[in-house]
Structure formats: C-alpha cells, structure tokens
Design a protein around this ligand. Structure first.
Ligand SMILES: CC(C)(COP(=O)(O)OP(=O)(O)OC[C@H]1O[C@@H](n2cnc3c(N)ncnc32)[C@H](O)[C@@H]1OP(=O)(O)O)[C@@H](O)C(=O)NCCC(=O)NCCS
Length: 201
C-alpha cells in the first residue's frame, strides 16, 4: 500500500490511500481497460488507439490478450525501419479495486537499440488517473517485480526531455541521470536516460 499526501489550494493536506496491485492482463479488467483506451490512454511511446482499434479489441478481448501475452517473433522492426532483436517483455497492469489504472512493459534485458532509447521499462497511466501519483506507484511496483523475477540490480529508463512528468516519476524512484542525448527517432528532440537501482528486500 502506498500513501500520498495530496493538497489542493484551499484545503488542508489529506492522505490518499492507494490500494494498487500489479496483475497479469486478464479479461476481468478489460471493461476498464477499454474505458482507459477511450480516454486516450497509451503505454509509453505508443500512439493513442483509434476508435476502430478500440472496436476491434472490444469485439474479441480474449484475442487481444492472447496477442498481448503470447509468443512473439525473435525480431522486430524499429522506429527507423531496421530489423532488430526483440527481447522478452512482460506486460503488467496496475489495478485498483479491480479497475485498470495503468500498464507497463518490462523488458528483460537491454540491446544496443534499447540502450539508445527505450530502456528496460515503458509505462503509462490512463488520463483520468494522471497527476495523482499513480505512475510513481506503478514504477515502484515494477521495480519490485524486477527484483522478484529478473537477475538485475539496476534498470535503464529513458524519457523525452519534454515529458517532465515522466522524468519526475523516474527521479522519485531514485533515477540517476546518465545523460541527455538527441532523441534517435524525433528530429530536434532530446531525451534523458537514467539508471534506477532495483530495491533490495
Ligand atoms: C507520464 C505519465 C506516466 C505520468 O503519470 P502520472 O500518474 O500523472 O504521474 P504522477 O502522478 O506519479 O506524477 C509524477 C510527477 O510529475 C509531476 N507532473 C505531472 N505533470 C507534470 C507536468 N506537465 N510538468 C511537470 N511535472 C509534472 C507531478 O507533479 C508529480 O511530481 P510531484 O509528485 O513531485 O508533484 C502519464 O502522463 C502518461 O501516462 N503519459 C503518457 C505515456 C507516457 O508519457 N509514458 C512515459 C513514457 S517515458
């Protein structure tokens, strides 16, 4: 459980008790996941789903989950059109009281391409839950997941320099800035790369 103290301009601070858990994506959460997509939810650098995409998912949610969680080809085409290694990736959803809040993709190892941009973990929080500390909580859960499932003592995270919220999320989880480099896929944009230590038990 994670406690965040929130304060609005004319109120005294009050505690917000988060009762979030990390789950494997499952049918039980699909109605709220679809609501999140309709709000414009996206994971990391992914684009927002179109109404057509959403209708397809809604028509066969099990097929969507099978595709999300199922085996993948050994390679993928990256943002520059180059065929590169695809590493194993675990998809996790943050839920609260059975409602989908956000998601993350945890890549089990780095490749030269992921070291340039992408790192180990990509994440997103649905718009109606943003600004309340959920992404900070989601990354904290992910670091614990890494501790429990992967033999890593630190993970790399990257974010565009104009994504100040994501940089805060990483820094609040102990991120140490490695460098600021030109973004490889967006002309004129820069990105921040961080190491984040995996917490010890
Ligand atoms: C980035 C994202 C995950 C943040 O989610 P969130 O739940 O709103 O984040 P949190 O509530 O945990 O807030 C994190 C911090 O960012 C700050 N923040 C939020 N919006 C901000 C903004 N526009 N500018 C600067 N700081 C901002 C918050 O104040 C908070 O810091 P604080 O606790 O010191 O006040 C969410 O906006 C999102 O899903 N965006 C789309 C996908 C994406 O960009 N993923 C990350 C790719 S690297």
């Amino acid at each position: 459980m994670y406690t965040k103290t929130a304060k609005t301009s004319n109120q005294t601070p009050f505690p917000l008790i988060m009762q979030t858990i990390l789950v494997t994506p499952a049918l039980a959460y699909m109605p709220s996941y679809l609501d999140a997509l309709r709000e414009g939810h996206r994971l990391g650098a992914a684009t927002v789903k179109t109404p057509e995409d959403i209708a397809k998912i809604e028509s066969d949610p099990q097929a969507f989950l099978d595709d999300l969680l199922g085996p993948k080809p050994a390679t993928r085409i990256n943002e520059l059109g180059k065929e590169v290694e695809r590493v194993p990736q675990s998809m996790v959803w943050l839920v609260e009281n059975g409602v989908f809040v956000g998601d993350a993709g945890i890549r089990h190892k780095l490749t030269p391409e992921l070291e340039i941009s992408g790192g180990h973990i990509g994440y997103g929080v649905r718009p109606s839950f943003q600004g309340k500390g959920y992404a900070t909580d989601l990354l904290r859960h992910c670091l614990i997941w890494v501790r429990e499932h992967l033999n890593l003592d630190r993970v790399m995270l990257t974010c565009r320099t104009d994504n100040e919220a994501s940089a805060r999320v990483i820094e609040k989880n102990g991120g140490a800035l490695i460098d600021i480099t030109p973004h490889p896929y967006t002309t004129g944009m820069t990105q921040k790369r961080y190491w984040v230590a995996v917490p010890v038990k």
